[in-house]
Design a protein around this ligand. Structure first.
Ligand code: SIN
Length: 364
């Protein structure tokens, strides 16, 4: 039975979305089903969290994060923002599958306007596994969300005793518990059974200093339909918005580069209605000649082209091997393709101007 919390403890809102942290093995030690357990069951597995904070819990979704989508991002952003506006809430913890956690974390890092801690947490092993990593991860995540030193650092991810910034983290391994890596810029800090050590501050704009917002949807939001955009932004920037549904973030697809690549995938994405394309290019964001020709044509026709890299590290700079100025391309700077997609979706909801979009990639 869960121990009750002292009223002197900070209050933390726990939003659950599913993932392996809530997963249960169904056919022996290897197979499992994500999102099988409720958030209450997760807390019951680690009753010590109630010594760290008073927890309010809300089940926002119950999905594997491969099914995370704009609808759920928006719902999560709304629940997170609502929680953080409550004076008594110190921070928010979001349980989430690890597969697309970096995208959700970065999305929230751009649209949640608060200094209070927002911490995403997941697990690589299901709750019923031998040596499940979820309970300790959850314990550490609650400790971080309840801690005043976590304020002002943007959205964080806690896993495997590490604290990562939303912008820097990426998943690098299919199964190992040490899957998360924060590349060149490194960790925000470490957390050891609730003891927290912060080492760094975020380098780019985020949360409270972000220009993005999803407040006040302009139209009812429902799964499967186009989704509402910030009505303030719609009014003030109506002239620069793409002639698309006024209720959805613009469609942005990712096309992966490879040796011998043709133009077909880029053409198909444009034909399917993409307003923006992120190219996971080879090396320094490069593309074969046919793919480059297709991307240049798409850019000429008003599709925002962002060059990122499939390498997993490094900066894609302007005008190195490809003449971005002439072709009207944008470079992703340090963002990996999946995060570049998130920023481009939000950016395209505000402007189609290539220079302005490029500036976003240097600012966030
Ligand atoms: C998922 O992302 O929902 C499945 C994998 C995981 O949580 O580790």
């Amino acid at each position: 039975m869960a121990r009750s919390s002292s009223p002197a403890l900070p209050r933390v809102r726990l939003l659950a979305t599913g993932g392996t942290i809530a997963g249960a093995q169904v056919k022996g030690a290897r197979g499992y089903q994500a999102a099988a357990f409720s958030v209450d069951a997760l807390i019951a597995a680690v009753p010590q969290v109630r010594e760290l904070a008073r927890l309010d819990v809300e089940q926002v979704a119950a999905i594997g994060s491969q099914d995370m989508d704009e609808f759920t991002w928006r719902k999560l952003a709304a629940c997170t923002s609502a929680a953080l506006t409550e004076a008594s809430i110190a921070g928010v913890v979001i349980t989430h599958g690890t597969d697309t956690m970096e995208e959700t974390a970065f999305f929230l890092n751009l649209v949640v306007r608060s200094e209070k801690p927002v911490v995403l947490v997941g697990a690589m092993r299901p709750a019923t596994a031998i040596s499940a990593d979820g309970p300790m991860n959850l314990y550490n995540a609650v400790a971080v969300a309840a801690h005043p030193d976590a304020r002002g650092r943007g959205v964080l991810v806690v896993a495997n005793d590490e604290i990562h910034f939303a912008r820097e983290i990426t998943k690098t391994n299919t199964t190992q518990v040490g899957t998360f890596n924060s590349g060149h810029r490194g960790l925000a800090g470490l957390v050891n059974t609730g003891r927290i050590h912060f080492y760094a501050a975020p380098v780019r704009r985020h949360t409270a200093s972000s220009e993005f917002s999803l407040a006040a949807p302009a139209a009812p939001v429902s799964r499967g339909s186009e989704l509402a955009r910030d009505s303030q932004a719609s009014k003030s920037r109506a002239s620069s918005l793409p002639p698309q549904s006024p209720t959805a973030l613009p469609r942005v697809d990712i096309v992966y580069g490879y040796a011998g690549m043709g133009r077909e995938l880029i053409d198909a994405a444009v034909k399917a209605g993409a307003r923006g394309l992120v190219l996971a290019g080879v090396g320094d964001g490069n593309l074969s000649a046919p793919a480059l020709a297709a991307a240049a044509e798409a850019a000429k026709n008003g599709v925002a082209i962002v060059r990122s890299s499939r390498t997993g590290g490094g900066v894609v700079e302007r005008n190195i091997e490809i003449d971005d100025d002439r072709l009207g391309f944008i470079v992703a700077d340090e963002l990996n393709p999946q995060k570049a997609r998130v920023l481009l979706m939000l950016g395209l909801a505000r402007t189609r101007e290539i220079g302005a979009l490029q500036e976003l990639f240097f600012a966030y």
